[in-house]
Design a protein around this ligand. Structure first.
Ligand SMILES: Nc1ncnc2c1ncn2[C@@H]1O[C@H](COP(=O)(O)OP(=O)(O)O)[C@@H](O)[C@H]1O
Ligand SMILES: [Mg+2]
Length: 287
C-alpha cells in the first residue's frame, strides 16, 4: 500500500484550507492510498512517505522535502506561482496585461524612484492595477486611479515586492477560473462581482459554469505545461483582444468550482496523482 502525506500550512485555521486536504485524503483512500494530513514543521522533513500533496506555499520546506519524495506540485512550480512577478516572467510570450515590476528597496528612507512612477503612468495610464507579488483571495490587489494614489501606494509598498499592471476594463468585476489537472482542463467557471473590480469568490464574486472554448483551453494547458503544474487554478481576464492571463494558483481552492460545475476536482487530482506514481513504477492505475 502506498503512503501519502498531505502537507498544510503550519498556522492555518481557515475552514477552506482544512476542507481541501480532507477531500483529497478521502479520494486517495478510495484509490487504496493511505493518506495522512500533517502541518508544516521541522518534523515534517523527517516523515517517510511515497509522495506528498503539498498544500502549503513554503518553498523552503517544499525544496527540502523534494529531495526525499515526489511532490504534487513540484517545489519549483509552487515557488513560481506564489510570486506573481515570477509567474509573469515565466509565462513570457503568452497573452498577459502589460506589467512593470517594482524596484527592490534596501533603504526605507529613500523616496520612491521618480523614474519608476513616470514610466508606470506613461505606459499603463489610469486607472491601473497594483498587486503585491505574494497575495491571494484578492486581498493584495489594488485599483489606482490617479498620480497621487500611485505615489501613495508606491511609498507604502516600497519594502514589499509588487507589480504595476494595465487595468483590463472590459473584464472589470469578472474573470474566468479554470482548473487544470494532469495537463488537461477539468472545470471552468465565470466569476462575477457586482460590487468590486475583483471577482474573487472570497470577496463576494459568484460563479457560474462556463463552456470553455478551444482558445482558453489551449492557453490554460500550455500554462500548466510550461510551469510543470500537476494541478492549478488559472485566472483569465476577458479583453477586446481575447483572453489575458491574470494569475496562476498552484494551490487553488476547489470548493466553489466543484459546487458550481458539479465536477469532482478532488477525485480528478487524486486519480492523476496515483496514475503518475504508478506509471513512474510501470504499473496501471488501480481500479
Ligand atoms: N489587470 C487587471 N485588470 C482588471 N481586473 C484585474 C486585473 N488583475 C486582476 N484583476 C481582478 O482582480 C482579481 C484578483 O487578482 P489576482 O491577480 O487573481 O490576485 P489574487 O491572487 O488575489 O486572486 C482577479 O480575479 C480579477 O477579477
Ligand atoms: Mg486570483
Amino acid at each position: 500500500m502506498k503512503h501519502a502525506i498531505i502537507l498544510i500550512n503550519a498556522y492555518t485555521q481557515s475552514e477552506h484550507e482544512l476542507n481541501q486536504p480532507l477531500r483529497l485524503k478521502g479520494e486517495l483512500e478510495r484509490l487504496g492510498v493511505q493518506a495522512e494530513i500533517i502541518r508544516n514543521s521541522p518534523a515534517a522533513l523527517r516523515v517517510e512517505a511515497d509522495f506528498c500533496i503539498f498544500l502549503d506555499k513554503d518553498k523552503y520546506t517544499a525544496q527540502a522535502l523534494e529531495g526525499r519524495m515526489r511532490l504534487f506540485n513540484c517545489a519549483k512550480a509552487i515557488e513560481i506561482c506564489d510570486d506573481k512577478m515570477l509567474t509573469h516572467l515565466a509565462l513570457s510570450g503568452l497573452p498577459m496585461p502589460e506589467t512593470i515590476s517594482s524596484l527592490l528597496c534596501y533603504t526605507p528612507s529613500s523616496p520612491v524612484s521618480k523614474e519608476l512612477i513616470e514610466e508606470v503612468e506613461a505606459r499603463l495610464r489610469f486607472p491601473l492595477v497594483v498587486k503585491e507579488n505574494h497575495g491571494s483571495l484578492g486581498k493584495q490587489v489594488y485599483l489606482v486611479k490617479n498620480r497621487g494614489e500611485l505615489e501613495k501606494i508606491a511609498e507604502q509598498l516600497k519594502g514589499v515586492p509588487h507589480l504595476y499592471q494595465k487595468y483590463v476594463a472590459e473584464s472589470s468585476g469578472c474573470d474566468l477560473r479554470v482548473i487544470v489537472v494532469g495537463g488537461k482542463v477539468v472545470a471552468a467557471m465565470k466569476r462575477t462581482s457586482d460590487s468590486d473590480f475583483r471577482s474573487n469568490a472570497a470577496l463576494g464574486g459568484r460563479g457560474e459554469p462556463f463552456a470553455i472554448d478551444g482558445t482558453a483551453r489551449a492557453l490554460c494547458e500550455e500554462i500548466a505545461a510550461r510551469l510543470s503544474l500537476d494541478y492549478c487554478g488559472i485566472d483569465l481576464l476577458f479583453s477586446e483582444k481575447g483572453y489575458l492571463i491574470c494569475e496562476v494558483n498552484s494551490n487553488a481552492f476547489f470548493g466553489t468550482i466543484e459546487q458550481v460545475t458539479g465536477v469532482n476536482v478532488a477525485r480528478a487530482y487524486a486519480e492523476h496523482i496515483v496514475s503518475s506514481v504508478c506509471s513512474a513504477e510501470g504499473r496501471n492505475l488501480p481500479r
